[in-house]
Design a protein around this ligand. Structure first.
Ligand SMILES: NC(=O)c1ccc[n+]([C@@H]2O[C@H](COP(=O)([O-])OP(=O)(O)OC[C@H]3O[C@@H](n4cnc5c(N)ncnc54)[C@H](O)[C@@H]3O)[C@@H](O)[C@H]2O)c1
Length: 247
């Protein structure tokens, strides 16, 4: 399916690596102007220069609400509007049981994975409404609907993100804004780097497809949801998980 994002301006957070990078590349390949926003300025610049004239790198910490506001305002000032957003920046956090989970780590993970998405939606929605509408995808996870021992903060953030997505869709879908969440299974990206072989194989075994997913497979669903082909899809949570959740 050929998607056409010509004339659209897109903001992708966490776009310097993995899923966000694949989304930024696919959006640009379909005609969008893309803001490649990431905490890692150098990596964002590399991704943007690999894409070419349709991408610009911007340094952003999504846990900083004011920084998100400034980036959204600067994007609108520079390009004349904001039409598409993928709130994808996320971290894994420590792997510890709930009673052992350090308070500071809880706040760090929630700060990026939940507050970061709230900050992003808050300012993106205002900008999109001013331009007559748009589409947002929030990057959840299969852990937006399943538990995972050792990841209480991550699981809490991803569940909350699904609820926040549904709520925002109820609020804005009649005003030309579609808001959805995507729930990837385990995807082979740098987020999983450093994992031992046995642990990796254990994750593979949880996916009936017999492998982990690729960033490009998640990007394909994300870009479809952003496109006009998905014009009646809003307020929902879409899995791309190789059958993980069918068990
Ligand atoms: N890889 C997986 O198995 C998997 C599965 C389900 C969901 N996800 C979700 O997909 C998203 C992307 O994950 P990925 O696997 O591509 O990870 P990744 O580590 O490859 O990329 C994440 C990017 O986010 C950036 N980032 C981190 N903190 C940030 C902050 N505070 N502000 C801005 N940018 C920040 C990082 O610099 C990095 O470039 C995350 O939300 C993750 O939870 C990943």
């Amino acid at each position: 399916m050929q998607l056409d994002f010509s004339g659209k301006v897109a903001l992708v957070t966490g776009a310097a690596s993995g899923i966000g990078e694949a989304v930024a590349r696919q959006l640009a390949a379909s005609g969008a102007q893309v803001v490649v926003a990431d905490l890692d300025r150098g990596a964002a610049e590399q991704v943007a220069s690999g894409i070419g004239a349709q991408a610009r790198a911007r340094q952003l910490d999504v846990s900083d609400a004011d920084a998100v506001r400034q980036l959204v305002e600067a994007t609108v000032a520079e390009y004349g509007g904001l039409h598409l957003a993928v709130n994808n920046a996320g971290i894994g956090g420590a792997s510890l049981a709930t009673a052992d989970y350090p308070l500071e780590e809880w706040h760090r993970v929630l700060g990026v994975n939940l507050h970061g998405v709230f900050h992003s939606m808050k300012y993106e929605i205002a900008a999109m409404l001013a331009g007559g509408g748009g589409a947002i995808v929030n990057m959840a996870s299969i852990l937006g609907s399943n538990g995972w021992a050792g990841s209480t903060a991550y699981v809490a953030a991803k569940h909350a993100l699904v609820g926040m997505t549904k709520t925002a869709a109820l609020e804005y879908s009649a005003r030309g804004l579609r808001i959805n969440a995507v729930g990837p299974g385990f995807i082979d990206t740098p987020l999983l780097a450093g994992m031992e072989r046995a642990a990796y194989d254990g994750l593979v075994a949880l996916h009936p497809a017999g492998r982990l997913g690729t960033a490009e497979e998640v990007a394909a669903l994300t870009c479809f949801l952003l496109s006009d082909q998905a014009s009646f899809i809003t307020g929902s949570y879409h899995l791309v998980d190789g059958g993980f959740s069918a068990r």
